[in-house]
Ligand binder design. Structure first.
Ligand code: UDP
Ligand code: GLC
Length: 384
């Protein structure tokens, strides 16, 4: 069968982990179409990959609808949502397969796909549980998935388990771990620190967008019990969490950490910053669907401390390739940071094991091939 014509759909044009995954996936699909709800950084990055970009006339701002909002709160937007669904259906007719990369994209693509009668793949980057979504949203997602999705691609076993626990059909699920690649800088950490203007001394880093469930506040609490330890907080509020960002600054000031904690905002040089710190902390307080930054730090050769919720245990080989701590436990996190900073050989064996594991299990090419295989099977099924 000829290469299927694929239409990739994403609701936000901010670039978080799910969008970075999509950008790697589509590199295999020159000439395919990206349907985006709004313009922005993803739109521009998509055009650079050689995809034809179709931008919705009605989708702007829909990404600001909170993922846990009740359906009633979204009701005034019904007209615009319907407008986007009609646009997706119209564009889908020129394609063989529709590939939705976010839950909002999926919901509208499911409604549109029902009209356009094109098979639909949902790349689900979320853990569908009560800590991430309201119950009406969960019901809507699994109902639509069970009825309209040809396949549901998830990045980890916990994401698959959450989908089925919410009522999703197990036979739809395909686990495709995210593929991650970084370019390692040959300079030693001290030289990188000088080049980046980072301080001497023990330094930890957190590299997630600012959002309450990413748990940066737990790291700040932990630092209060670690005199002399500095931190860089890298990342910005990408999806309207400005209140949380402000609260973090206030918390750092209230804890007397203003001198020790630097908020660096969103950065394009995360792997380099990771190489510069003594330990990377991933403090999510809700289950992490995957966590690209975990793998990036493993590849960077930096010790990782992550909360044991969601995919972190799987990625860190249940503690053999990094340290796991309970979520939302500042004292446990502080103790783990102190132990890591005090380790005489910088945890050399654990870091080597982590880097090898990341290279073996989380390659970009393997992910691209696995997704291409899913799309090919779905297209072949539809053509029968
Ligand atoms: N990232 C970045 N700049 C920042 C913060 C994060 O480029 O300032 C990148 C980070 O390197 C990673 C991605 O954003 O590749 C976040 O993906 P992850 O899966 O860790 O979390 P998500 O934000 O998707 O929940
Ligand atoms: C989501 C998840 C993150 C995952 C990323 C890519 O944004 O929060 O854990 O790594 O998607 O799948």
């Amino acid at each position: 069968m000829a290469t299927p014509r694929v239409m990739f759909v994403n609701h936000t044009s901010a670039i978080a982990g799910a969008e970075l995954v999509l950008l790697d996936v589509v590199r295999r699909w020159q000439g395919a179409t990206a349907f985006l709800f709004e313009d922005g950084p993803l739109d521009q990055a998509m055009q650079r990959t050689g995809l034809a970009v179709v931008r919705s006339r009605f989708g702007r701002g829909l990404s600001a609808v909170k993922r846990d909002a009740s359906l009633w709160r979204a009701a005034p937007l019904a007209g615009r949502l319907a407008g986007v669904a009609v646009e997706i259906a119209r564009t889908a007719r020129r394609h063989d397969v529709v590939y939705a990369n976010s839950q909002k994209a999926f919901v509208l693509a499911a409604l549109a796909g029902a009209v356009a009668r094109r098979p639909l793949v949902w790349h689900l980057h979320d853990i569908i549980d009560g800590s991430h979504f309201g119950s009406a949203q969960r019901r809507l997602q699994v109902t639509l998935a069970n009825r309209f999705a040809a396949r549901v691609v998830v990045p980890s076993a916990p994401a698959a388990a959450a989908f089925t626990a919410a009522g999703g059909r197990a036979d739809l699920v395909e686990i495709v771990p995210n593929g991650v690649a970084i370019v390692r800088d040959p300079r030693p950490p001290a030289a990188i620190r000088v080049a980046l203007g980072l301080p001497d001394g023990p330094l930890v880093g957190v590299f997630s967008r600012l959002a309450p469930w990413k748990g940066q506040h737990v790291l700040l609490d932990a630092l209060a019990g670690l005199p002399g330890v500095g931190a860089i907080v890298v990342g910005d509020a990408l999806f309207g969490e400005q209140d949380y960002a402000a609260a973090l600054h206030a918390q750092a000031a209230a804890l007397g950490l203003a001198e020790r904690v630097r908020f660096l905002g969103h950065r394009a040089d995360v792997p380099l910053l990771m190489q510069a710190v003594d330990v990377m902390v991933h403090p999510s307080v809700a289950p992490e669907p995957f966590g690209r930054t975990l793998v990036e730090a493993m590849l960077a050769g930096t010790p990782v401390i992550a909360t044991d919720a969601g995919a972190a245990a799987e990625i860190l080989d249940h503690g053999a390739a990094g340290t796991l701590v309970p979520p939302a436990d500042a004292a446990a996190l502080a103790a783990a940071i102190a132990r890591t900073l005090a380790a005489p050989d910088g945890l050399a064996a654990q870091r080597a094991r982590a880097a090898a594991r990341a290279r073996a299990l989380y390659g970009v090419e393997a992910m691209q091939e696995a997704v291409a295989a899913v799309i090919a099977r779905v297209a072949a099924g539809a053509a029968r």
